[in-house]
Design a protein around this ligand. Structure first.
Ligand code: 13P
Ligand code: SF4
Length: 311
């Protein structure tokens, strides 16, 4: 590629079309760190679930195009009920978020009266509406630690709940049997084999990984935490135990580092969104996130508490 080309000139025709449409319609494109490389390239802001929620809560844009999975676009709508939130491809759904529903959560609450519900942001809007506070992987420990209660209901990710439990030995965390199909696919044997091959490499994983994987890793962070660590660490080599598309942003922001991906770490749901979907969403103003006003009102409370807690 000609190094004299500007960033805009290196984009393909659809990407340029998207940038023009975005300007014309005063839209902002928020993209999760697991998006395809070409979608990352046209995003105004890339981040983890926490960072994207913060951006969604403070944008002046009239339209938010959310390149991520369903619960992320829903959160943007809950935080901005007056704005148009477009989700470019409705097939981009997080299977873990679908693992807990309101009826089961109400049953769990009835079985543990008085225990507050901390719901991972990877939940539907109606589950959030039944929760006391939301969290992301970036602040789950901090949020659980901040609660005065001894007993806490944590839904839906068992592995994140077990990760939090390591830091709050004085509390009893009531877990729910949800999990991330992508992160449970990251296997200890694969990490061990990579470590044998690259003994100098530091292992970074997402806390949605299973406890044996978290134990073997040097650190567990949210996706943004992994990026910050790689950029600021004096170390040179890293094994990245999370969705493989993270490597695009990491290679761009930490060009001097040597990065090794792990096998089978792909989230097909996050990869559903194509450039054509993003373009069509702006041309046809599709697919608008619509939620019942009552759900928005109730779900906004735990989401705003999550943002206020910080990272
Ligand atoms: P982050 O909040 O760390 O970006 O994680 C979101 C997610 O879906 C991880 O699988
Ligand atoms: Fe959901 Fe897992 Fe995909 Fe994240 S990686 S969006 S938790 S399925």
């Amino acid at each position: 590629m000609d190094p004299s080309l500007t960033a805009f000139e290196t984009l393909n025709a659809i990407q340029k079309q998207i940038l023009e449409l975005k300007k014309e319609k005063t839209a902002i494109i928020l993209g999760h760190n697991y998006q395809r490389k070409e979608v990352q390239e046209i995003s105004d802001f890339l981040g983890d679930s926490y960072g994207l929620s913060v951006q969604a809560s403070k944008t002046d844009a009239k339209i938010i195009v959310f390149c991520g999975v369903d619960f992320m676009a829903e959160s943007a709508k809950i935080l901005n009920p007056q704005k148009i939130v477009l989700h470019p491809n409705l097939k981009a759904k997080c299977p873990m978020a679908a693992m807990v529903d309101v009826r089961s959560l109400k049953e769990l609450k009835a079985a543990h009266p008085g225990a507050p519900v901390v719901s991972y942001v990877n939940t539907s809007a109606d589950v959030k509406a039944e929760s006391d506070i939301c969290c992301t992987s970036a602040n789950a420990v901090k949020i659980v630690q901040s609660l005065p209660n001894k007993k806490i209901i944590f839904v839906p990710d068992t592995n994140l709940g077990l990760y939090v439990q390591r830091f709050v030995k004085d509390k009893e965390i009531i877990l729910w049997p949800g999990y991330c199909p992508t992160h449970v696919n990251i296997k200890l044997e694969d990490l061990k084999a990579l470590k044998r091959k690259h003994p100098e490499a530091e292992i970074l994983v997402h806390p949605e990984c299973t406890p044996d994987v978290v134990d073997f890793a040097d650190f567990a962070f949210s996706t943004e935490g992994i990026i910050k660590h790689v950029v600021s660490s004096p170390k040179k080599e890293f094994i990245i135990g999370t969705e493989a598309n993270m490597l695009h942003r990491l290679r761009k922001e930490a060009p001097g580092k040597i990065l090794y991906g792990v096998p089978n770490a792909t989230c097909p749901n996050m990869r559903e969104i194509s450039l054509e979907d993003v373009r069509d969403s702006l041309v046809k103003m599709q697919h608008k996130i619509e939620l019942p006003p009552d759900i928005i009102k109730r779900a906004k409370i735990p989401l705003e508490r999550m943002i206020a807690a910080g990272r």
